[in-house]
Design a protein around this ligand. Structure first.
Ligand code: SAM
Length: 334
């Protein structure tokens, strides 16, 4: 008989745990508990919830350590649970809401269909992710907040481990709100930046860059990276971009960048490169999300990045591990 406990059963339990965290995030439970414990009836009233149902969710949440019992029928937030509050630095409330958002949840739930057909069930139902976000600005805002939080450990690794000497200007190609560019500019005071992205993202980027005090060192340029990107910068950063696209499209993006480069420019690809082994790895988890949400999106090995570069008249120069599962893959003109 096959071994029946362990990893696979753990994954089944993870679905209930994630759904409990999603409920906590959607209902704002952590914000309501920020000032101290509450009885479950009062907590349910403040969250607009059905108390007997919420009580069962809280019992599950206590089991994973984000709340704890307080008094006869109340709960308190733990230190681990405080990260679900909206108002703390590094809050993961929006990240949980994004992963539980209707279309993302549908994408993972319908992975079997995607695998059966070889094309994304998500795209068949919702269109491409970026069309969906453009048509649903609230979801677009949530997605870009999620990307901002998700990028924090990668960005910390990037500014600590990559040597930006010689980079006086950098284009953040499809930089979203500009959170990665902002961190690089703060760490490199002589550098100027260009944030390049779609029109619907530009105002959010201007907002973040102004709030970071970087408006005078950073311009926001709107465009489509399949057509062109701003020319003549010392470095072109592509952070979490190529993994959204199949090889043909990824090469088209890299060719746009190559056309914009000077002979001395460099390309900086920030991605989670997947190792070719059987150990668990963040890249393998993300890869299934890419499979589910994009037609042709995937996490690649270093060798696969090297091949993309070749097709775009570039060559892989160096791979720097950022210590967070992500890698900085540098390419130069071939
Ligand atoms: C996964 S997000 C990455 C954002 C940011 N670089 C980061 O690391 O968090 C992908 C970005 O690609 C942008 N994008 C999608 N299609 C694009 C296109 N055709 N031209 C320019 N940007 C595009 C999206 O608006 C989004 O900001």
């Amino acid at each position: 008989m096959p071994h029946s406990d362990g990893l696979a059963w753990g994954a089944l339990a993870d679905i209930s745990r994630f759904a409990a965290l999603l409920t906590m995030a959607e209902l704002g439970v952590a914000d309501q508990l920020a000032d101290g414990p509450l009885d479950t009836d009062e907590l349910a009233r403040r969250c607009g919830a059905h108390a007997p149902s919420l009580r069962r969710v809280l019992r599950e949440l206590a089991g994973i350590g984000v709340v704890r019992r307080a008094g006869a029928d109340g709960y308190d937030l733990t230190d681990a649970g405080a990260v679900l509050r909206s108002d703390v630095p590094g809050s993961i409330r929006t990240s949980i809401r994004m992963l539980g958002e209707e279309s993302f949840w549908y994408a993972m739930g319908n992975l079997p269909d995607t695998v059966r057909n070889g094309s994304s069930a998500y795209v068949a139902k919702y269109g491409t992710l970026y069309e969906y976000l453009a048509a649903n600005p609230d979801k677009g805002r949530m997605f870009h907040t999620y990307m901002t939080i998700r990028a924090i450990p990668f960005t910390e690794g990037l500014v600590k481990r990559y040597d930006f000497a010689g980079v006086d200007s950098m284009v953040d190609v499809a930089g979203g709100r500009g959170h990665v560019l902002a961190a690089v500019l703060h760490a490199n005071l002589g550098m100027r930046g260009i944030l390049f992205d779609l029109d619907e993202v530009a105002d959010r980027a201007r907002e973040l860059l102004a709030a970071e005090g970087l408006a005078d060192r950073c311009e926001v340029v709107v465009g489509d990276f399949f057509a062109s990107v701003p020319a003549g910068a010392d470095a072109y950063l592509l952070s979490s971009i190529l993994h959204n696209w199949d090889d043909d499209d990824a090469v088209r993006i890299l060719r746009s960048v190559r056309r914009a480069m000077n002979p001395g420019s460099r390309v900086l690809v920030l991605e989670v490169a997947v190792p070719d082994d059987d150990a668990p790895h963040l890249g393998k988890d993300l890869d299934l999300r890419m499979l589910a949400i994009f037609n042709g999106g995937l996490e690649r090995t270093r060798e696969e990045y090297a091949r993309l570069f070749q097709e775009a008249d570039l060559e892989l120069a160096e791979v720097i591990e950022l210590g967070t599962g992500a890698s900085l893959i540098e390419a130069r003109p071939a």
